[in-house]
Write a new protein. Structure first.
Length: 132
């Protein structure tokens, strides 16, 4: 349910009121901010595709997934969000950061703005024809 008006709120409250209670096998009711839209997801991944075709980082080319790690990590630092740099299983450095699949609509919009700014500053020409 999307909590958009009083009618939806009343329906949600009634639904919860009528759910069975079971101490041995309890139900979970979760309330959270709406996560990113499919349009945002498609746009971001399209932008990563454009970046991967046109840009390098420290002299190296990266695929979409490499750029996703770089961009999301940079956005995390730029927006002062928590992260943790840890030593990985094989001694490598791993940035444990937020996941885009868990981002709300506002956070994803911020990431897209950050990606756009980085791309423009680095000469990336975005094609803006991502499929929605």
């Amino acid at each position: 349910m999307f909590l958009v008006n009083e009618a939806v709120r009343r329906n949600a409250m009634e639904l919860i009121r009528n759910l069975p209670i079971n101490e041995l096998n309890p139900l979970v009711v979760e309330i959270k901010v709406k996560t990113r839209s499919m349009e945002q997801n498609n746009k971001f991944h399209g932008m990563l595709g454009d970046i991967s075709k046109q840009a390098t980082w420290q002299g190296d080319k990266y695929d979409i997934y490499g750029w996703k790690n770089l961009i999301v990590s940079g956005h995390t630092i730029a927006t002062k969000q928590p992260y943790k740099l840890v030593t990985g299983i094989e001694g490598e450095l791993v940035n444990v950061r937020e996941r885009t699949s868990k981002m709300g609509v506002k956070r994803m919009a911020s990431l897209i703005e950050y990606t756009t700014a980085w791309g423009v500053e680095n000469g990336v020409k975005f094609n803006d024809t991502w499929r929605f």
